[in-house]
Design a protein around this ligand. Sequence first.
Ligand SMILES: Cc1cc2nc3c(=O)[nH]c(=O)nc-3n(C[C@H](O)[C@H](O)[C@H](O)COP(=O)(O)OP(=O)(O)OC[C@H]3O[C@@H](n4cnc5c(N)ncnc54)[C@H](O)[C@@H]3O)c2cc1C
Length: 561
Amino acid sequence: MSTSELAAEVDLWSRPGGPFDPALLAAHDEAETFPAQACAALDQWGLPDHYVPGRHGGRLERLDEVHGLLRAVAARDLTVAVAHGKTFLGTASVWAAGDSAAAASLARHVLAGEPVAWGLTEPDRGSDLLSGEVTAVRDGSGWRLSGRKWPVNNATRGRFVCVLARTDPGGGPRGFSVFLVDKDATPRGTVRHLPKVPTHGIRSADISGVEFRDARVPAHALIGTVGGGLELVLKSLQLTRVACVALSLGAGDHALEIGRDFLAERRLHGRRLADLPHARAVAGRAVARQLLAEAVSFTAARAAHEVPEELSTVSAITKALVPTLVQGQLRLVGELLGARSFLTGVDGYGGFAKIERDHQVVGIFDGSTWVNRSALATSLPALRPGRRPRPGTGRPVREWLRADHEPAALDLSRLGVMPRRDSVLGALGELVAALTAEPPGGADRLAARLLDAHGDLGTRIAALRPAAGLPATATMRLAERYEWCFAGAAALAVWAANPQAHDRPAWREGLWLRGALALALEGLGTRPPEANAVFDELGRLLLSDDGARVSLFGTPVEVSA
Ligand SMILES: Cc1cc2nc3c(=O)[nH]c(=O)nc-3n(C[C@H](O)[C@H](O)[C@H](O)COP(=O)(O)OP(=O)(O)OC[C@H]3O[C@@H](n4cnc5c(N)ncnc54)[C@H](O)[C@@H]3O)c2cc1C
């Protein structure tokens, strides 16, 4: 099976009467009932196999493949992707902890289609994991859990829930542990479901909670070590944050498809909306946001394999930036659609409002944009541009970003929580120099400006005074600038790594690269004079025959048979 086969299958299922029929999914959304038919179709197709590592009998080998699959589902319905893909998030800690009997057993259940929830958040404490009050106390050879996790995706449907619980009453970084709770195996009455919460988007998903009342779990429910829970969760989040942004890419694909149809069909003042220059430039800007988001996501998915030691930084940047880029993309498409972005019942275009509502959650869960930016901000002194980086041991970035490169096997034992170096942004000087030698359509001028901005960022970071506690606003702003520099470097690296693609429509004359660099420069506060022309070109591309699927490599990464 392949990613494109799943995409084709989802298209078939989207026909009237199928499990992905937009009318059926809209009805579930309206009634806030779970999209069980769509999830069952994905189970039958074998999507859960891709959430389980190969060594446990599944087909999870490459993060870029998981990306392609989740993106294909999200491109038809984001709620279904969130509801089904949650199992990937719920199981990540178990895989990251290494081989264990628990991992082998969980694998069997996931392969059989059992959903798994991930309980980190608590009602009175959201992102602040160190303040969690769900406790686990020893009880003979096992443990007893008490407290509430809420809101949690699939908390009610999932037979298993992976829970972060306080095991040392004093808390602290070594005061928490992870437990995989099999709700069916807990004594009756000790686990209670909290009711489904009405939500603004993903209304049909099972967003509920779970309460433990002295719920006894056996010794083997402990995942990893006692006291190692926080570190394990922080490492797992690096994987899940990279996976999550596939949801954004899928939402972006869906929105561009709707926007493209509208531009071509809508007639105003005696001509097509597509012939209105400003509308075309707005559409092109939306395309640039999507392609820059894709370049960053692709880089992150490959970084998980090649430079896992750097993933704490790369995943934070990716989770902060990609949902933001796509939310902005949706706003632009919404502007193009005008009234049709707001009216839910207008044939064909009514789905847009649901995408926009659904997508808002991607920037909230699994660490909000600010939480990720804040993590990056505290790492800035270690990552400062110009600082002599620790020597890297791996291959150069332009090698591992080749579309046809076979990534190194995922080695989760190499994940770390302290930033060491940034191979992507660290290669910026080299990437810009390579571009100058062979400049595509003026992209070299944009790249040179990015290099200047990067130098300036180094100076500003060097001027930061060490401060304890959460980062100040000025430091958060620098982190945001770092994200834009990283995004520009990722785009340049993807470009340099893939000369075989340079004659593809979106790549000719460096088209998408120029759009991506123009956006990165805008994010850094300089509006390049060529931006409008580039966005107009990208708008034309969207409207051409080649614009039916806007993506860097045309087809999603293939999953090996
Ligand atoms: C639909 C949905 C599904 C969810 N599913 C799950 C799930 O399956 N499992 C789960 O565990 N949780 C889940 N959550 C919870 C989600 O992860 C939390 O909403 C998130 O952790 C943030 O918590 P909070 O909303 O309480 O915000 P708070 O943590 O209270 O944050 C409030 C504000 O402060 C900002 N902030 C917080 N910390 C920092 C910081 N360090 N630096 C800068 N700004 C900061 C936040 O960005 C936010 O703007 C879900 C939430 C929703 C809405």
